[in-house]
Write a protein that binds this ligand. Structure first.
Ligand SMILES: [Zn+2]
Length: 300
């Protein structure tokens, strides 16, 4: 009887250990991962979680970092506040140069880097207010142009200088592939080192345009949101990664929309999906951990 009881206890302990290992196995899938494209509230669009909630969720999942992205307001301050509440995770913010911050307004970038906490790291060119984006959506409103008379808008000069001086990431927002290819040389000429093509396939660049972006050293962002909502098949991402090499890509969720799964669930699905498509663990590691770390100035 006593042996039976001991056997039962032993069995229970074994089961508990196995359950713990499984839970651990799930959480460690995201160990060290950085999500470069996190939408969270407060926002003027409905969001699934707040900054603090996603910071806690990401930390629990073992993630290394987050970049808060808001289309209308600066996020370096929110990033710092979230880091005060959630220990052991790197959170960065940035500013998207839409109408809400005055468009191509260098002062918005100056304040991004001047705010205490020093979490400002990314400058997105216009997103929802981009000419390409609004034109494609048939939106008749006033856009924020990045080109004037076929050349980079002169207001970008000071902005690119600030990005270079403070070693920020220049993210191309919703600019067209043609605009991106006209802007990269000007940004490089002014010393900008880190260039990210925001959801880089979403603006439907040609193969030659992708090749040129890669040749000019830009990193192309692939977002899980676009696979989740059916805009792209994962196989299209896989083909691009295979053709151009994982070193030129970065994976992020772009989640946070009210009715979508959590960012962490998106990233897990992204990793599992690419793995099933035959992308190696080393390449996934490069795109979801090391490349984002390098852009953010963290030890890759
Ligand atoms: Zn986004």
């Amino acid at each position: 009887m006593r042996w039976l009881w001991r056997g039962g206890v032993l069995g229970l302990v074994l089961v508990l250990v196995m359950v713990a290992a499984t839970v651990d196995g799930q959480t460690t899938a995201l160990a060290g991962v950085i999500d470069f494209h996190v939408h969270s509230g407060p926002d003027s669009r409905p969001r699934s979680v707040s900054d603090l909630e996603i910071a806690r969720i990401a930390k629990r999942a073992g993630m290394r970092g987050l970049v808060f992205k808001n289309h209308f307001t600066m996020t370096a301050d929110r990033a710092w506040l979230a880091m005060q509440e959630v220990d052991g995770i790197e959170i960065f913010g940035g500013v998207a140069l839409n109408h809400a911050v005055g468009g191509l307004n260098a002062e918005a970038v100056r304040q991004l880097v001047a705010f205490s906490g020093e979490r400002g790291k990314v400058v997105w060119l216009p997103t929802f207010d981009a000419e390409f984006w609004m034109t494609r959506a048939g939106d008749p409103g006033e856009f924020v142009p990045v080109m004037r008379d076929g050349a980079p808008d002169p207001a970008l000069g000071e902005i690119f200088d600030l990005i270079a001086e403070h070693d920020l990431v220049l993210a191309m927002g919703h600019s067209s592939p043609e605009e991106v290819l006209a802007l990269i040389p000007e940004a490089r000429r002014r010393g900008v080192e880190h260039i990210l093509i925001t959801h880089g396939l979403g603006q439907q660049p040609s193969r030659d345009q992708i090749a040129e972006m890669v040749r000019q050293g830009a990193v192309i962002e692939l977002v899980w949101l676009a696979v989740h909502n059916g805009e792209f098949r994962l196989a299209e991402y896989t083909a691009a990664i295979t053709e151009f090499g994982a070193s030129h890509f970065l994976l992020s969720s772009d989640f946070g929309q009210e009715n979508n799964p959590l960012h962490t669930d998106g990233l897990k699905a992204f990793i599992a999906g690419l793995s099933q498509e035959g992308i190696s663990d080393a390449d996934i590691d490069l795109m979801i951990r090391r490349n984002p770390a390098r852009l953010l100035g963290l030890d890759p």
